[in-house]
Write a new protein. Structure first.
Length: 281
């Protein structure tokens, strides 16, 4: 447990589980930019004003940025940067890839111009070989951006498909995901995003063994789990501590951080999340 003297919080006499200040390399919280909720710069500024010290990055899901004026996208990315948070494209390169190399180059160029820092390389809808994924990672890095491959075990993941639709598509081998993740990291990827479908989303029973295999195979610091559901992110923290990297909806920041800091929870987590501070912090 540690005090919160390095953070601007009220009631800081109450000890919390240790959380480093930004920029963080573990215990990263990435939030969803406009997608399920439609909002602009004023709402985003409010979100950062209230909880900015707990937001490490934002993710534009599903190509939502391509439905907004360019200046609006850049303005929202500027809000994120001014609050010490990175900006990720989310999955969309799989759409651009269908239109050839020139389109990919233009996509990376414009992404950089409007303020993206990270390009997510989602492979849920496309059957790209591992060698192709490696080349995409290197291409993103060569463009001066960070590459974040998004890998999963569910074929067809990454969209709004239902449980029955995904079940009909079958699942991939977990060993293949780990191999692809290792090779992507070796190629220069900064971190691997793990799709929730097939693990904790659109399944009859959670595949907790898959999550454990991914963490053991790639290292907890090298992966980020989609966990935009309260019971899901609570499970990850309960099992792997407050340094697990998670992606949640922007409406869930404080709920997640309350768990990370051990100031609230339910009967299985209340008072149990511990992380001693480093010596001298």
């Amino acid at each position: 447990m540690a005090d919160m003297s390095t953070h601007d919080v009220s009631f800081n006499f109450v000890p919390r589980a240790w959380r480093p200040a930004k920029p963080r390399t573990t215990g990263i919280t990435e939030i969803r930019a406009p997608y399920y909720s439609t909002f602009g710069t004023r709402h985003m500024e409010d979100v950062f004003e209230a909880a900015g010290q707990w937001i490490d990055g934002i993710k534009w899901a599903g190509g939502s940025f391509s439905l907004m004026p360019r200046q609006q996208v850049k303005a929202m990315n500027d809000v994120s940067h001014s609050n010490g948070a990175y900006v990720s494209s989310g999955g969309w390169i799989e759409t651009v890839l269908r239109y050839g190399d020139a389109a990919v180059d233009q996509y990376l160029s414009e992404a950089k111009e409007v303020g993206f820092d990270v390009i997510e390389i989602s492979t849920g809808f496309i059957m790209v070989p591992t060698s192709g994924l490696e080349r995409l990672v290197k291409r993103v890095v060569a463009a001066g951006l960070k590459a974040k491959p998004e890998l999963g075990i569910q074929i067809g993941s990454g969209g709004d498909s239902g449980e029955a639709e995904l079940a009909a598509e079958t699942k991939k081998d977990i060993g293949d995901l780990i191999d692809r993740g290792k090779r992507a990291l070796d190629a220069g990827a900064s971190i691997i995003m793990i799709e929730s479908e097939g693990i904790t989303e659109n399944v009859v029973q959670w595949n907790t063994a898959a999550a454990a295999a991914i963490i053991n195979g790639l290292g907890i610091e090298n992966v980020m789990f989609e966990a935009a559901d309260g019971p899901v992110f609570e499970w990850y923290i309960k099992n792997y501590g407050n340094e697990v990297n998670l992606f949640v909806d922007h409406s869930q920041i404080l709920q997640l951080e309350a768990l990370r800091q051990n100031i609230w929870g339910n009967k299985s987590t209340w008072g149990r999340v511990i992380n001693p501070a480093p010596t001298g912090s």
